[in-house]
Design a protein around this ligand. Sequence first.
Ligand SMILES: [Zn+2]
Length: 257
Amino acid sequence: MHLLLSISYSFLISVIAFRLKFLSFRGSLAAFFFGAIIYFVGGLKWSVPILFFFFLSSFVTHLRRKIYTNSTVLLFESERRNGNQVLANGVFPILLILAYNFYHKELLYLCYVSAIAGVFADTMATEIGSLSKFKTYDIVNLKQVVPGTSGGISIYGILGGLLASVLLALIVSPWLSNEKYFIIVIVSGFFANLVDSILGSTLQAKYKCVVCLQYTEKNLHCNQNAKHVKGLKYLNNDGVNLITSVTGAFIPALITN
Ligand SMILES: [Zn+2]
């Protein structure tokens, strides 16, 4: 009965996300499996934070695209999150909930929420930072960059990331047994987001289009293979996001011991 409920609830959510154009077809399929596992194992306590992250960040992406279609801003070509993006953000939280299934420790929940806080902070920092008229600087060499560039930071972006962590901590606060954990979620989201920016600036692959000569984070541009110019060739934005969620999860494990 509970399995049936988990499957139907997750199916409904994935269909809604697809209809709202928040997810591609493969993205919805991945979200359906993830959602069903999370609800089946953890119920609302584990489903609410990831749903909150997903719907709020998709909504902010949608809003940013509506009010700001400046072609100089380098962001996702499509508003819909694809399968790889869902995997990058969801695979580590899934491992944590599976671990919780065998080993009931509150620390695992804290790690789970903090992993989500990291990717949520990154998404909100990127989206809100791209809307701001404030200058964006590379976190490592402090040179000015186009808003939306991986590794770029701005005042609005930093505040956006912090806001995301605070909102997520508030949402899960009824399920946290200790006030200290509330602060830990915020701190983890904030630092994971910084790590994301540092990796975005240093190790993430950067390419140059052979047709339009624009710098890009995609290995395909103008329907041609772009030239790899910087960073690790196979570390793209999804790979960096996966590292961000793992970083977010490790911070509570480090500071609560
Ligand atoms: Zn091009």
